[in-house]
Design a protein around this ligand. Structure first.
Ligand code: ASP
Length: 434
């Protein structure tokens, strides 16, 4: 059975049996089984799944951000094509994150949980992931900026002060670009290998996902029944509508006005990329399809497609940024954590930065999501509540990630080569210069 089928099965079975346990909670033996067997077992499996992801947070952030920044040095050397790609990645990701934050503020899918229920939920999750708290203050102000700079990077890492770790990694990566390449090469290779090993660990944790998802969703639904399922449904819909809006409106407008290409033609031609991304939940795994689609269907020159798309699959994650922002705010609403405008701005900025650092693998953003939570003062252990529905959102956000990369390729091809949208329909052909 495919992993995502198993995960969906885990979700359905976990929610179903949790609901049943909730409905029949008055029956003595159901109550006994839930509190003494199923509940604790669900907690344990769910916790192990979460902890496996959590233990990757520090090394993942350090390697991915350091390498990302170090690579920027190379990208800049590639000149205008590199700079244009990066600028486009950034702009499209910021737009996407903002759409998510606005939607979740308008719809407020997490608001309205009775205080007693909230307490119960907090109780269930408290201590699951002990110790992951943002170091320093989360108030938006001078203090925050001073506290971002850690006194001691190891202490920051040990305290899971993720802003400090992020800052150190950014500076460290920038410093690497300023040292002669022959000195840094070995370190870059080493960091790359460490990063790959961490991604393997995430892959292993995902094998446990069907059971983890079962446990996590069982624990919440057996406690709260329909109430929580309704809230989760609202949250899933907000993410899906946000992704749809970003694709149908903002990416389409970008393709039209920056790429000069009809959005209809664009969406019609990129079907294979959409299907692959949806079924693999991985930008990296979709890369070969994406390159083929760009070259064959959109007639983008190989030198542009071969540069922009690999870069995009590691750095441009529109859907992930939207997902992270919505999730953090949803959790804050659910648990009554009030986030000021300043903290929401931090959430957007961090969603964008961590989306850039996200590995293009299934569940790649999960560890980083905890980072954003911790940084704005939402207890990161609460992400357990949404992990049950995570796979559906992974499939859809990855699709948007991949489509975003293709729009970037269209834009860069339009501005940095003699590519013409009419090549696609065959209305014009490129005659190689004699
Ligand atoms: N699965 C996503 C991708 O490969 C990353 C993530 O958001 O988890 O693009």
């Amino acid at each position: 059975m495919k992993l995502h089928t198993k995960i969906v099965l885990g979700l359905v079975l976990g929610a179903g049996s949790g609901l049943a346990a909730n409905v029949w909670a008055g029956t003595p033996w159901v109550h006994w089984v839930t509190t003494n067997l199923a509940g604790p077992a669900g907690q344990i499996v769910g916790q192990i799944f979460l902890r496996l992801l959590l233990m990757t947070v520090v090394p993942l952030v350090f390697t991915s951000i350091t390498l990302g920044v170090a690579q920027l040095g190379d990208v800049r050397k590639v000149g205008r094509v590199g700079a244009r790609s990066l600028a486009y990645f950034l702009v499209s990701t910021v737009i996407s994150a903002i759409i998510g934050i606005v939607l979740v503020n308008l719809v407020r899918p997490g608001v309205g949980v009775p205080v007693a229920v909230r307490e119960q939920l907090l109780e269930a999750y408290r201590g699951q992931v002990a110790g992951l708290q943002a170091g320093g203050t989360t108030k938006f102000g001078v203090d925050l900026f001073v506290n971002i700079v850690p006194r001691n990077p190891f202490q920051a890492a040990a305290n899971l002060d993720m802003l400090g770790v992020l800052f150190f990694s950014l500076v460290f990566g920038a410093a690497l670009t300023l040292i002669p390449a022959e000195k840094t090469r070995a370190l870059v290779v080493l960091l790359d290998a460490v990063g790959d090993a961490i991604i393997k660990i995430i892959g292993m944790a995902m094998q446990l996902a069907p059971y983890g998802v079962f446990g996590l969703i069982f624990v919440v639904t057996s406690l709260l029944g329909w109430d929580i399922l309704q809230k989760l449904l609202g949250y899933v819909l907000v993410v899906l509508v946000g992704l749809l809006l970003h694709g149908a409106v903002s990416l389409s407008l970008l393709v039209r006005f920056l790429g000069g290409l009809s959005p209809l033609t664009f969406w019609r031609r990129i079907g294979p990329s959409i299907v692959t991304a949806f079924s693999t939940s991985s930008s990296n795994a979709t890369l070969p399809t994406n390159i083929a689609v760009a070259e064959r269907e959109l007639k983008i020159p190989p030198r542009i497609a071969g540069f922009v798309l690999p870069l995009g699959s590691t750095m441009c994650h529109n859907g992930t940024a939207l997902y992270e922002g919505v999730t953090v705010l949803f959790l804050a609403q659910l648990f009554g954590v009030h986030l000021t405008l300043g903290q929401q701005v931090i959430a957007v900025v961090l969603s964008v930065i961590t989306a850039v650092g996200t590995a293009g693998v299934p569940g790649g953003s999960l560890p980083l999501l905890m980072v954003v939570c911790a940084a704005v003062g939402v207890p990161p252990e609460l992400v357990g509540v949404v992990y049950g529905v995570e796979r559906i959102l992974d499939m859809t956000r990855t699709t948007l990630n991949v489509c975003g990369d293709l729009t970037a390729a269209v834009y860069v091809a339009r501005t940095e080569s003699d590519w013409d949208p009419r090549l696609i329909t065959g209305d014009v052909s490129l005659v190689p210069a004699a």
